[in-house]
Design a protein around this ligand. Structure first.
Ligand code: PHE
Ligand code: ZN
Length: 876
């Protein structure tokens, strides 16, 4: 609960901390409702802080029991304590040990920040500002300290006690039923990287020997009985550790690395030093319970959290404005890891799909903000697609501009200069500028300017001169707080494709273009390519080298040609998508889908191309989603019309290519034991796409095929894909399959989440009532973030026709849920509310109902800072 409107915090107001903490000793006596925390902080005045400044420590909902300085109890007159702050106006010296005892109630902690309980176990979540819910502390990332943690608990209740760093002592407490463990982390760290876990957990053990020959004990802790489900996560961890040594020269730096899987978690996972805590969704997998997407999610998140050990932990952030310093960079690193483990082009396509769906959407609405924001009211609301995914794109562009070698030199210099630091984006960019001698001033605008740049490109061929001129215009649309923009430095990878499908030489004047990348820097710029004896088709923004919206003068015929012949797989995919998008836009606007012949020709060529791998085909043949069409339309969107257009196009493609899809379905049938590898996953993806196309009209054969697959499947990918097909159709087989699925997986919450998602996404009128009904189902709980995301989150974010019902009932329902959730878990409530961020795109009736729902939320008294912030900005 907030007592006052939270103040805006500005990057420009940054000041170094007044007090530093040289050493922290924490002592936890775990108890379900009264956990006692004793903190001994070796405080020292920061010479760079304000002269004579008081000691001000942050708290959040704390109960103070006792205070002492250098061992002497402190009189009430010499400090001021509230649940939110502890102030020593007149510190006794410039260095002293402050001992603070607080009581916290982990069972009552429903926000899942600070010390809380999950399935009876104790765990913590401190990023970004949760440590202050455990003890009073300078809870900011630029205060680094060496932590020693003693944990004491009832032996029966919590036989496992884990902390950051290495275990240095443990034992029973004589004469009691309690025991203890002491963990020491030698690496100085900010409080947000602190963690402890206590409870009944089973350990899956393994080890890893680093490049320099040090042996690291690896542990993955899961609920008892789930050990067999942690094998893939362990494998992914070891591959991540090796990869970081090979790709970035980074070795692990403690004797142990532990991961704990918990079932109540606000986010995906958390990179606490030596003790990562994970949403169990990103750890547990068996072929029967996890899809291929789950497996690749596990691989990516395990890698991501592990990679934070260097990008986030060894080098941390000076302040929360620099969040992308660790997140954007670490997403880039996990994307590269997965690309190396799987198919690079397919990974790129999947990442760009995600980027466009989540980040481009965010960037085009009221919640748009720079990759490095300059102001915030609630930092929890800035763990966004812009900070993470666009942040990763910026790092990727840096690599494209500097080349493999220059990029590695810059990274090496960054690690060398800043190991042990709380760094800034300026530090990061300077490492690359200094390592390569390149001026990156204009490039740095990517961190400061929000909004997706628009590139307008047209080409003209001069047969006589053998030249091709590319005219490029760029602009960045206005976004909240930023009316005017400067031109950006845009690395544009391109090729000129000749009539035989091969790349023609790429020469500017007399100079060959290095690595096929030109640099767009001006608002308007022309590039003259020479030595061309045939009209080329330009293949633009290859590999999605820059996160921009591209408008070009390519014709459908050019796109059909590129879809079949482009040497860049990303653009083969993108050409098809672009043809489809134009059809869908027109279809949604006019109510009539134009003749899809070009798309069918191009799609047919892709299906038939034996040189292409299945995973690629599955991506290329999956039409753009409804929300991408909506974003492309930009205004006056009627989601029903978008849905109808897309459905019509799916029917057209499915009908025209029915024979091909039938062949794909029969020939790619999986053989042998299940393997989650990328190749096998690709075959399943293509086959399940074929299944969907073959059932798209709702004709009995298609439904029967889906039903048969649902019943016969030996893995979750095939079973849930078949169920997803059935769920799209109003047929009796749907309910029967949903019931069977529930009965089969009743006791497995993560699988039941899939059951919630599929039902929440049904694009028909009955869905809202169905979702409301499911909220009362015993498997649902408003207290568990995974359940909320699966049922309500999926409805709001992935069912555009029903969330945006013309009668406003979808909007009202989500607003109501946000309000009932806010008192329990403000972070999850705020994320749910953020699904309104596209409301301004809607046609007037739906726009008005969304706005009314948002206003109703905004005007509710006693809102959390999290929800208030999203409501205010969404309406702004
Ligand atoms: N730092 C985590 C990650 O991206 C995300 C996270 C943020 C988790 C805040 C919990 C709370 O790896
Ligand atoms: Zn991260």
């Amino acid at each position: 609960m907030r007592d006052a409107e939270p103040k805006a915090i500005h990057l420009a107001d940054y000041r170094p901390p007044d007090w530093l903490v040289d050493k922290v000793e924490l002592d936890f006596a775990l108890h379900p409702s009264q956990s006692r925390v004793t903190a001994r902080l070796a405080l020292r005045r920061n010479p760079e802080g304000t002269t004579g400044a008081p000691v001000v420590l942050e708290g959040d909902g704390l109960t103070l029991v006792r205070l002492a300085i250098d061992g002497k109890p402190l009189a009430g007159s010499s400090f001021e304590a509230s649940p939110a702050r502890l102030t020593l106006a007149h510190p006794p010296a410039d260095a002293f040990v402050l001992e603070v005892e607080t009581l916290v109630d982990p069972t009552a902690n429903t926000q899942l920040m600070g010390l809380y309980r999950t399935s009876g176990n104790y765990c913590t979540q401190c990023e970004p500002e949760g440590f202050r819910r455990i003890t009073y502390y300078p809870d900011r990332p630029d205060v680094l300290s060496v932590f020693t943690t003693r944990i004491e608990a009832d032996k029966a209740e919590a036989p496992i006690l884990l902390g950051n760093g290495n275990l240095v002592d443990s034992g029973d407490i004589p004469g009691t039923a309690r025991h203890f463990a002491v963990w020491h982390d030698p690496w100085p760290k900010p409080s947000y990287l602190f963690a402890l876990v206590g409870g009944k957990l089973a350990k899956v053990a393994d080890s890893f020997t680093t490049a320099s020959g040090r042996k690291v004990e690896l542990g993955i802790y899961v609920e008892e009985g789930k050990e067999a489900r942690a094998g893939y996560a362990m494998d992914a961890l070891k591959r991540s550790m090796r990869w970081d040594e090979e790709a970035f020269g980074r070795e692990y730096d403690l004797d142990v690395f532990n991961i704990v899987a918990v079932s109540d978690f606000n986010m995906g996972a958390m990179e606490n030093k030596g003790l990562n805590v994970f949403n169990d969704k990103y750890v547990l997998a068996t072929p029967e319970t996890a899809t291929d997407a789950d497996y690749s999610g596990i691989e990516g998140v395990i890698a991501h959290e592990y990679f934070h050990n260097w990008t986030g932990n060894r080098i941390t952030c000076r302040d929360w404005f620099q969040l992308c310093l660790k997140e954007g960079l670490t997403v880039f690193r996990d994307q590269e890891f997965s690309s190396d483990q799987r198919s690079r082009p397919v990974k790129r396509i999947a990442d760009v799909r995600m980027l466009k769906a989540a980040q481009f959407t965010e960037d085009s609405g009221p919640l748009a903000h720079p990759v490095r924001p300059e102001t915030y009211r609630e930092i929890n609301n800035f763990y966004t697609a812009t900070v993470y995914e666009k942040g990763a794109e910026v790092v990727r562009m840096l690599k494209t501009l500097l080349g493999e070698e220059g990029f590695r030199k810059g990274m090496d210099l960054y690690f060398e200069r800043h190991d042990g630091d709380a760094a800034t984006i300026e530090d990061f960019v300077a490492s690359f500028a200094d390592a390569t001698g390149r001026d990156l001033t204009q490039f740095a605008l990517w961190y400061a300017q929000s909004g997706t740049p628009l590139l307008n490109v047209s080409g003209s061929y001069d047969k006589e001169a053998g030249t091709f001129r590319l005219d490029v215009k760029q602009s960045v649309p206005p976004t909240p707080g930023q009316a005017e923009k400067k031109p950006m430095l845009i690395p544009l990878a391109l090729g000129l494709v000749g009539p035989d499908g091969r790349d023609l030489p790429l020469t500017l004047g007399n100079t060959p273009v290095e690595h096929g990348v030109i640099e767009v820097k001006e608002a308007a710029q022309s590039f003259l390519f020479t030595g061309l004896d045939a009209r080329p088709v330009p293949s633009l923004n290859r590999g999605f080298s820059a996160p921009v919206n591209l408008v070009s003068d390519l014709t459908d015929a050019d796109r059909v040609f590129l879809a079949a012949h482009d040497g860049d797989p990303f653009n083969r995919f993108d050409s098809l998508q672009r043809i489809a998008l134009e059809l869908l836009k027109t279809g949604a606007r006019t109510g009539t889908l134009p003749a899809p012949d070009a798309l069918i020709t191009a799609a047919g060529a892709v299906v038939a191309d034996t040189a292409l791998d299945a995973a690629f085909k599955a991506q290329a043949l999956a039409l753009p989603g409804e929300s991408e069409v909506a974003r492309e339309l930009g205004s006056d969107v009627n989601p029903d019309a978008v849905y109808a257009a897309r459905k019509a196009l799916r029917i057209a493609v499915g009908t025209a290519l029915a024979a091909d899809f039938a062949r794909v379905y029969e020939s790619a049938a999986s053989t042998g034991a299940f393997s989650p590898d990328a190749g096998s996953a690709g075959l399943r993806a293509l086959r399940n796409l074929a299944l969907d196309y073959l059932a798209v009209t709702g004709a009995p054969e298609g439904i029967a095929r889906a039903k048969a697959q649902f019943e016969a499947a030996d893995n979750m990918t095939d079973r849930s894909s078949a169920l997803a097909v059935l769920a799209q159709h109003d047929v009796p087989e749907r309910e029967a399959a949903l019931d069977a699925f529930y009965r089969r997986f009743e006791s497995d919450a993560l699988v039941i989440d899939k059951w919630f998602v599929l039902q929440a996404q049904i694009p028909s009128e009955g869905t809202l009532d169905r979702v409301k009904g499911l909220m009362l189902h015993p498997a649902f709980s408003l207290s568990n973030p995974n359940r909320v995301r699966s049922l309500i989150g999926a409805f709001a974010a992935a069912n555009p026709t029903q969330f945006n019902r013309a009668d406003g009932a979808g909007h009202a329902f989500v607003a109501d849920t946000v309000l009932s959730l806010d008192g329990k878990n403000p972070q999850v409530a705020a994320r749910l509310l953020a699904s309104f961020k596209t409301f301004r795109q809607l046609e007037p009736v739906r726009r008005a109902s969304a706005e009314a729902a948002l206003r109703r939320v905004a005007q509710t008294p006693g809102l959390s800072a999290d929800v208030a912030d999203i409501a205010t900005r969404s309406l702004g």
